[in-house]
Design a protein around this ligand. Structure first.
Ligand SMILES: [Zn+2]
Length: 592
């Protein structure tokens, strides 16, 4: 995305000797504006119309590029593949252009003046990092559509206008400009018929913009604002400030969505299945994405400052950006009493189980792996292992400082010392602040063995410092080898492993599951009671009733029991006074 748009930066200040220019530096351009057409005609074709206008001072080639990825979603998506009908005009005359590579265009102006680039953009991706349309709705990120001049940085102002139906609304994190649907600053957009509501929390406007509009019922609005009223102040308390002017939670719900959220500077975009609109994980999702407003959108590893958009930008520190965000997402909920301590301990227990179930992988290597989505079982491990590492560091800092300091001090100091000084944090700065908060205790060995190394994290010994212990059981549960999608007509098989139990029973993708054994399958939550009901069973088959078209068929499902480790984290009764203080400090966000 085009961050820091809105800062006045002079683009025409220096003259460049043409021979000295690196090959991919565009001629300077100024007066940049983008126009997005998202009316019912365009979205009916699942296209967005894009126009970019700018001024050139002469005939030097202008080189424009479209990002390869979107910050927060650390995979290469190549947005240029969705572009069609690329065309360039100046003074009413078509200009010549050519591709320099698959995401870069070179334009040759014939004179000084205004240049206008237009193209269509295919907006049919079920992915919150890409663009999507419905007959009365369009969603896009700035990175999807906004061409940028190569080699010119990202600190330049731009205007954005959206052409849409008069009855549709536009929701965006950008600042409004004079006129209808005009803005300055570019991040992402959200256009169409959706429901908007807002409330004030800690002096800031917090807004919900949900699609479809009917998904934002009064009960859901009140409940969601209730969670935000509690956990947002708990997050602000970590950093001492709320760095956004206002904040929007965009949410799209549908029977088929990717699920999850994507963070932006002053907003988050969440995708929730229709059957998950009241799921218990929602406050955790909102809290995680909200904490990103500080951690990663502002406080960020030096490897990702500034963002580059033309290629992957790997860092060994995603475990802090994502995992520690997971930790604060959960701990902010218990500190603000959205969740009770049992639920928080369950989050930690889940992380312990996820790490135990993955191959031994350094969390710094797992961070790098995001870009290639490894198949060895370590994919996304920087979330649970990073979260667990953050929790252990919090306990160790509190233990070393007699609960006078915590991980909060590390986050706040790094934020002040790096983000507020316009830079990212280095490994030396991270460990330096951890050590400083812990009264000078060295974490060099910890980093070498457990973060950059593959030794198992010292979970049990550190848990004890907070008066906690973990307990694991192995459960043998039936597994079906399917993915499902749920809507008002039932639970349908959406994917099936060819070697799984359901495939062996003769089930097909599209079958709607009615019951398995004596458990009725009515929604996504029905599989947990099914697993519990038949855990450790000696039965070899179960009747599986499915609806296929107009028929109802009973299949014989072979029982395939798979080992699953179930972990719990529990308070130790009569733990030492110091450990109880540390445990209470974590749960309440306090130091002694
Ligand atoms: Zn995240």
């Amino acid at each position: 995305m085009l961050h820091k748009v809105g800062f006045a930066v002079v683009l025409l200040g220096t003259s460049h000797a043409s021979l000295a220019q690196p090959p991919r530096e565009s001629a300077p351009i100024s007066n940049i504006s983008y126009e997005i057409t998202a009316d019912s005609s365009a979205v009916g074709r699942r296209q967005l119309g894009v126009a970019m206008s700018f001024t050139v001072a002469g005939t030097a080639p202008v080189i424009l590029a479209l990002p390869a990825w979107s910050p927060g979603h650390y995979v290469l998506l190549w947005f240029a593949r969705r572009v069609s009908q690329f065309s360039v005009q100046s003074n009413g005359v078509l200009l010549d252009w050519r591709k320099l590579d698959f995401q870069t265009w070179e334009i040759k102006p014939r004179s000084a003046g205004t240049v206008r680039v237009t193209f269509n953009y295919l907006a049919d991706a079920v992915d919150r990092a890409v663009a999507w349309t419905a007959p009365n709705f369009a969603f896009f990120n700035g990175t999807n559509l906004f061409l940028y001049p190569a080699g010119r940085g990202f600190n330049w102002p731009a205007r954005v206008s959206v052409h849409t139906e008069a009855s549709w609304s536009v929701a965006t994190g950008m600042d409004p400009a004079p006129g209808t649907n005009n803005f300055t600053a570019a991040d992402y957009h959200d256009v169409g018929r959706f429901a908007i509501d807002s409330t004030q929390i800690a002096g800031k406007w917090i807004r919900l913009a949900w699609y479809p509009a009917a998904s934002l019922t009064t009960a859901r609005r009140d409940r969601t604002f209730g969670w935000l009223q509690k956990f947002v102040p708990a997050q602000i308390a970590v950093f001492g400030e709320a760095p956004f002017r206002n904040y929007t939670i965009f949410q799209r719900s549908d029977t088929l969505v990717n699920g999850g959220g994507l963070e932006h500077h002053s907003s988050q975009v969440d995708e929730v299945t229709t059957s998950g609109l009241d799921a218990p994980y929602l406050p955790g999702l909102y809290s995680h994405e909200f904490f990103h407003a500080w951690n990663v959108k502002r406080l960020r590893p030096a490897d990702m400052v500034p963002y580059r958009y033309d290629d992957a930008q790997p860092t060994t520190w995603l475990w802090v950006s994502e995992g520690v965000t997971d930790y604060y997402g959960a701990v902010a909920l218990v500190r603000s009493r959205v969740n009770d301590s049992t639920r928080f301990f369950d989050v930690i227990a889940g992380e312990i189980a996820s790490v135990a179930g993955a191959p031994p992988t350094a969390v710094s290597d797992a961070s790098l792996g995001s870009w290639i989505n490894p198949t060895d079982g370590s994919s996304g491990l920087y979330y649970p292992k990073g979260g667990l590492t953050g929790f252990l560091l919090d306990v160790m800092i509190r233990d070393a400082s007699d609960n006078h300091m915590s991980l909060d001090n590390v986050m706040r100091r790094l934020y002040d010392a790096t983000y507020k000084r316009g830079k990212g944090f280095t490994g030396a700065e991270w460990w330096g602040e951890v050590s400083r908060a812990a009264g000078g205790k060295s974490f060099t060995e910890f980093a070498r063995r457990y973060v950059d190394g593959r030794e198992p994290l010292p979970v049990d010994s550190v848990l004890r410092l907070a008066g906690l212990r973990s307990e694991s059981d192995t459960i043998r549960e039936p597994r079906l080898g399917i993915s499902t999608s749920t809507d008002s007509t039932g639970v349908a098989i959406s994917q099936m492993s060819p070697t799984g139990a359901a495939a062996a029973a003769g089930a097909r993708v599209g079958d709607k599951i009615v019951s398995i054994g004596d458990v009725t399958i009515s929604n996504d939550n029905s599989f947990e009671p099914l697993r519990a009901r038949y855990a450790g069973t000696t039965l070899t088959t179960l009747p599986m009733v499915v609806r296929r078209g107009s028929e109802t068929i009973t299949l014989q499902l072979p029982v395939r029991l798979i080992d699953r480790v179930q972990t719990r984290v529990l308070p130790i009764p009569n733990a030492p006074e110091k450990a109880v203080r540390i445990r209470g400090g974590i749960l309440r966000g306090l130091t002694s």
